[in-house]
Design a protein around this ligand. Structure first.
Ligand code: TXA
Ligand code: MG
Length: 315
């Protein structure tokens, strides 16, 4: 890929018009969502989508999420279900992705689904993302805007550090409020199945559905094609459930503990989720091993622990 000059855009009307025009021209634009920054390309243009895989260095079997402006726009792309209606009404726009069978005439490039017969769709809540989607008037394929396997970006600076010179533009609109990727729900037969824990806790989904979600069978590649074990990896090694740091380690704390950086002094999981990737980026920059305090495994803690396990996995 020949190097490009990556321009930084704001959330002004003029800059978002420019971002939409770049997407229309098949260029790649990173943009903020409430979860993490996404690396967007027009989902209907195969070359643009191929460019996303190339810029990230992403294995080609790992399908992408199509971002759309509304639940109506999602229904133009996928077959709807009763439970999809319940979940989308309760949690869209927001950090929830639904994987459903593709509808005839969907118009989305096969590279988005990596050849599967299902498509992941999401209506983000971030105002800037929604304005950009409305201006384009079509689905935007967007994985997290980081080189494949590295820590996800929650600021424009994180995106720039990983992808500068590989993409046309970055829309900078400050840090992401949720800080963890969306929760992904797919189908097991006719029943909803939790494919990835994320920004909406499973407990909240189950309360809306009045039924437990089916757990993912991690040995079935079709249920989560992209869920590689080593992911979100800092350069440094990561040790989990550490009550304290060893002499050579940096300590990422949770709750009232002495540490180098704290996910949340008050032990608040929402605050910890928002800080997770930013703190990992910061500690990783210091070039020493990282020890992480235990995080309670309920609510958003499930998604935080999922990302931490991947960050600590052998690679
Ligand atoms: O919050 C988010 O979801 C962010 C922002 C940018 O929206 N995006 C994100 O995308 O996390 P990405 O590409 O990093 O993760 C998408 C996940 C992958 O694990 C992929 O395998 C899974 O969604 N996925 C996509 N399409 C799928 C499908 N048809 N069936 C099963 N899993 C799918
Ligand atoms: Mg990702």
């Amino acid at each position: 890929m020949s190097p490009k000059r990556t321009v930084i855009l704001s959330d002004s009307e003029e800059d978002l018009d420019r971002a939409a025009a770049l997407l229309r021209d098949g260029e790649l634009v990173a943009f903020p969502t409430e979860t993490v920054y996404g690396l967007g390309g027009d989902a209907r243009q195969g070359e643009a989508v191929a460019g996303i895989y190339a810029a990230k260095g992403r294995p080609s079997f790992n399908p992408l999420i199509a971002h759309v402006a509304s639940s109506e726009a999602a229904r133009d792309l996928v077959e709807w279900h009763d439970w999809a209606e319940i979940l989308s009404t309760a949690f869209w726009p927001g950090p929830l992705t639904l994987v459903l069978p593709l509808k005839d005439g969907h118009g989305v490039s096969e590279l988005v689904t990596a050849g599967l017969h299902t498509l992941a769709v999401r209506v983000p809540a971030h105002d800037t993302a929604r304005r950009l989607l409305a201006k384009l008037g079509g689905p935007v394929a967007a994985p997290s805007a980081n080189p494949s396997g590295r820590i996800s970006p929650t600021t424009a600076l994180h995106v720039q550090a990983g992808l500068d010179g590989r993409i046309a533009a970055i829309v900078d609109d400050g840090p992401c409020s949720v800080g963890l990727e969306s929760t992904i729900v797919g189908l097991a037969g006719e029943q909803p199945m939790l494919l990835r824990p994320g920004g909406v806790p499973a407990e909240a989904l189950e309360a809306a559905l009045h039924t437990p979600l089916i757990a993912r069978n991690s040995s079935d590649p079709l249920t989560a094609p992209g869920q590689l074990m080593s992911h979100y990896a800092p350069r440094a090694s990561v040790r989990l459930n550490a009550e304290a740091a060893r002499e050579d380690e940096l300590y990422l704390g949770f709750g009232p503990v002495a540490c180098d950086l704290n996910l949340s002094d008050s032990g608040n999981l929402v605050e910890a989720a928002a800080n997770l990737f930013g703190h990992l980026h910061q500690l990783d920059g210091l070039g020493r091993s990282i020890a992480v305090a235990p995080i309670p495994d309920h609510g958003l803690g499930v998604a935080i622990n999922d990302r931490l396990k991947r960050a600590a996995a052998p690679r």
